[in-house]
Design a protein around this ligand. Sequence first.
Ligand code: RIB
Length: 317
Amino acid sequence: MSVIVLGSINIDIVAKVSRLPIAGETVHGSDFFTTAGGKGANQAVAAARLGVETYLVGRVGGDRFGQELLTSLRDFSVQTEHAIVDDRAPSGTAVIVVDRHGENQIAIVAGANGNVGETDVESMSKLLPQARVLLMQLEIPLSTVELAATIARKQKVPIVLDPAPAYQDIPAQLYASIDIITPNETEASQLLGMSVHNPETARCAAIALREKGVGTAIVKLGSQGVVCATASKTFFTPAFPVKAIDTVAAGDAFNGALAAAISNGLSIEQAVMWGAAAGALCATKSGAQSAMPSLDELKSFLDRHRDIATSGVIPIL
Ligand code: RIB
């Protein structure tokens, strides 16, 4: 049984700076590197690193990055039979700046990710009979996400949507197809047109997302923890204390680990705990896919933070 990810694959072009530039400003950087990224690919690696069979359905371009990106995914044990080379387009690209606190700004150019469509959804649907979870993000066309959600729903495969990057709002019918939605505070604010910046506003956002028709809403607040609202309970999971050096892909680590936990049959509380721990561990390393923790690393981290891992789920009335 496996996790299926339908999503983006990017080459990340990263500059480390002491602070993020404001509009029109040039700042000096201290380091530069290129690395494998893309929210879909990162989340697939995060799930695979936790020992779950993981398929990535998506596209790279017909350039030299395309082959490198596929090789990197295979090296992380992601199944790439349904990740294709699209000769009509360049590979997706992300231009990223990371400041000394680990905060980041990202601009993406879709490239081949923008061509992920019906053919890819057909490939994805062939995998659904063995799937425990379908995990998607919004770096591929929204119409593709909607089509995939409709098909997965009919086959009763749980759908996890990371609504990143956020649209002003997403169609009502898509909300109704989603089992679990996982925005961060910025995405929740954009989706709902409200300010989400702390556990209380995240609780309101989670409830508002449920009212739009999703089964479970998980609002990620980074160093302020996570709020989760299901049909029967609302709870808060505190953040694990770590020294963040690069938060790029911390949200992807969360989603991949959440999907892996669900695929392993863990409860929603445990799945959120896995997500929070994987996100925290990812933030302690530079890069995206290379920063995803292994199952052993995750387990020993949870063991070292037994205080949060055993009593860190706080019901909210
Ligand atoms: O979530 C982080 C990712 O966002 C980066 O790897 C970049 O490719 C963009 O997709």
